[in-house]
Design a protein around this ligand. Structure first.
Ligand code: GDP
Ligand code: MG
Length: 639
């Protein structure tokens, strides 16, 4: 088997991509890759596309394909990244990586000079030499986090153009700390895990888990976390480090790990040897380190074969990662396009409510305000006349709700009729037993009849007023809700609208209540036109049977007849009063009152001042639409 020619360190990235001879197993895989025919030409545009989307901030809205690097503290994470990027990263004990660091590595032609750039927030700075990268990152972290000892999810972006790097973008995350030390926040471990999870749980992320060979891999926190978010191991790649520090005798178990026999990962494992502390102290340069790595693996009793299988060494890792990233991008691209379209659509829809602009000049302001108020009041008018199907109360149309209350009122009336009938029977039986003298049956005391009627009718007043209260409450609530829809951007106006709704609701309810009380007062008069009464009475009697005593039967016909007349009147009358005062007049009066706002010259500016939240939301949404449009455009240009 041919060993990759890419071990000529200075050219390794170039050769990886153009004339890199891949181990057999790999070749097969790459052939499956749709990009295989244009492996070298296709890489950069593909990675650039995603880098540019990330630079627009689209990763706030959509998961972007990425390689995230995680590992427990001192697992060798920085060392691997340094080897891949060719630059020194901040080192030290404790939590060194305190913000996610995006490393965009761009392979350029051999004679191109080294270029670096760091950006975070609104700050961007060119870096003149590889040696200055470390300092820039430290400074960036200090700027973002300040003197606090915590971590931040704000991304630092580092771009490196060099002939010595592969085409690759990776996100370095803080190392997983088990315990807080010194002045660190006590929950620093949880904070870090939360931050890591944010990135690695996205299904578009390839998780690179760095695990040292000299620990029990099953106990590493990083692998546990990766397994949690990717139980099937589909998108997790294990990197074993420090093979030179392995405990003698444990080599076989490490080989087992490499062969996917311990913790199975679909993407498998790779092994690298980086600079040890001594090498760093001796200022060994990266290229020498890679040569030393090659020497280490070549002919290694246990790990030698890994080199041939393309599973060992930084150059192999670099090529593998590039390939993985490009494949991931290619795979996610169709979904990504759809997602951008969907998010953009959604945002444009939500932006509609912010799309108006409050005019500043007085002449334009008044018509704007009138329009806004009229829209609101027309909405209410349509609601109360049953023309607005959208506004629901517990899933039911407003008007249906109200009609249900009125139907219920009809039931109350018929219940009452039954009740009065029973009472009447009792009373008459008592009368027959206690007071009847020489009268023929049916000549019961008229006063008894009258008082029964009056008493029962008076008891209907309370439920009638209760119905009024319920309808008022429903109407008030839905009016408030509609006000919130219309005036959500203007908190002062919304407040005043709500006050007006509550006040008018109260006034209308009082007026209607008075009318209802009067209605029941009137009902204390037992009266009906003779002709009307006789007709109803006659009809009932002709339908009735005569099993009971003649007296009871006769009285019950009287009672029924009168109650029928009264309850048919009340069945309509009470809802009509409520309808008139609460459904019709309420919205009319509110309309008049709302338009009076225009008269309050000095208040207008206050009412139509957009509140800060709205301004902020509008701005946020605008930025989101902006970046999604840019993303849409980039995706379009990419083809
Ligand atoms: P991090 O905390 O995960 O970023 O770990 P570092 O990359 O800082 O590595 C921790 C220590 O392990 C450093 O002293 C490195 O020099 C050392 N180290 C990393 N990789 C290797 C390796 O492959 N072999 C040896 N001997 N030491 C290594
Ligand atoms: Mg580190």
């Amino acid at each position: 088997m041919e060993v990759p020619s890419c071990f000529q360190v200075n050219e390794f990235a170039v050769s990886l991509l153009s004339n890199f001879v891949l181990p057999v197993a790999w070749e097969v895989k790459i052939m499956d890759n749709p990009l295989s025919t244009q492996f070298d030409q296709g890489i950069r545009p593909c990675i650039d596309l995603i880098d540019s989307l990330r630079a627009f901030g689209v990763d706030k809205d959509i998961g972007l394909p990425a390689i995230a690097v995680i590992g427990d503290q001192s697992s060798g994470k920085s060392s691997v990244l340094e080897a891949l990027s060719g630059v020194s990263l901040p080192r030290g004990t404790g939590i060194v990586t305190r913000c996610p660091l995006e490393m965009k590595l761009k392979n350029v032609k051999k004679d191109d000079v080294w270029k670096g750039k760091i950006s975070y927030g609104n700050y961007t700075n060119e870096i003149s030499s590889a040696a200055r990268v470390e300092g820039e990152i430290i400074q960036a972290q200090n700027t973002i986090i300040g003197n606090r000892l915590g971590i931040s999810k704000n991304l630092i972006s580092l771009e490196i153009e060099s002939s010595n790097v592969p085409d690759l973008t990776m996100i370095d995350l803080p190392g997983i700390a088990r315990v807080a030390v010194g002045n660190q926040p006590h929950d620093i471990g949880d904070q870090i895990k939360k931050l890591i999870k944010l990135t690695i749980q996205k299904k578009e992320t390839i998780n690179l888990v760095v695990v040292p060979c000299n620990v029990d891999i099953a106990t590493t926190e990083a692998l546990k976390m990766a397994q949690e978010v990717d139980p099937s191991g589909d998108r997790t790649l294990g990197i074993l480090t420090k093979p030179d520090l392995i405990d003698k005798g444990t080599e076989v178990s490490v080989v087992n790990v490499m062969q996917n026999m311990v913790v199975e990962l679909k993407k498998g494992y790779m092994m690298v040897k980086c600079r040890g502390q001594k090498d760093i102290n001796n200022q060994m340069i990266m290229s020498d380190a890679i040569l030393k790595e090659k020497e280490f693996f070549e002919g290694h009793e246990h790990f030698g074969h890994l080199l041939e299988e393309g599973k060992a060494g930084i150059p192999c890792l670099a090529a593998r990662l590039t390939k993985e990233l490009v494949a991931q991008i290619t795979k996610t691209l169709p979904e990504l396009r759809k997602e951008v379209e969907r998010k953009l659509d959604e945002s444009l829809k939500s932006f509609k409510k912010y799309s108006y602009v409050v005019p500043t000049s007085d002449t334009e302001k008044i018509p704007f305000i009138i329009e806004k108020l009229n829209q609101f009041c027309t909405h209410l008018k349509r609601l109360t006349s049953g023309e607005e199907p959208q506004d629901k109360i517990n899933g039911m149309r407003y008007i249906t709700c109200i009609r249900k209350e009125f139907e219920d009122w009809k039931l109350i009336l018929s219940d009452s009729e039954t009740k009065v009938q029973e009472l009447m029977n009792d009373t008459i039986n008592k009368y027959e037993a206690s007071y009847r003298g020489r009268e023929l049956p049916g000549f019961v005391n008229y006063k008894t009849f009258e008082s029964l009627i009056k008493n029962e009718l008076s008891q209907l007043e309370r439920p009638a007023i209760e119905k009024l209260k319920i309808v008022t409450e429903i109407t008030k609530t839905i009016f408030m809700k509609i006000a919130e829809q219309h005036f959500s951007a203007f908190c002062h106006l919304l407040k005043i609208a709500k006050v007006k709704i509550a006040t008018i609701a109260q006034q209308q309810k009082c007026e209607a209540e008075k009318l209802l009380q009067n209605q029941f007062k009137v009902e204390t008069v037992v009266y009906s036109q003779d002709s009307h009464y006789s007709k109803t009475f006659g009809k009932l009697r002709s339908q009735g049977s005569s099993k009971n005593y003649a007296s009871i039967q006769e009285m019950s016909f009287h009672l029924k007849a009168y109650f029928k007349i009264v309850s048919s009147l009340l069945a309509d009358q009470i809802p009509k009063v409520i309808w008139c005062y609460i459904l019709n007049e309420f919205s009319d009066k509110l309309w008049v009152e709302m338009l009076q706002i225009i008269q309050e010259k000095n208040c207008i500016n206050k009412y139509f001042l957009e509140d800060e939240d709205t301004q902020r939301e509008r701005e946020t949404l605008k930025c989101k639409i902006d970046r999604l449009r840019k993303a849409q455009n980039s995706l379009l240009v990419f083809g």
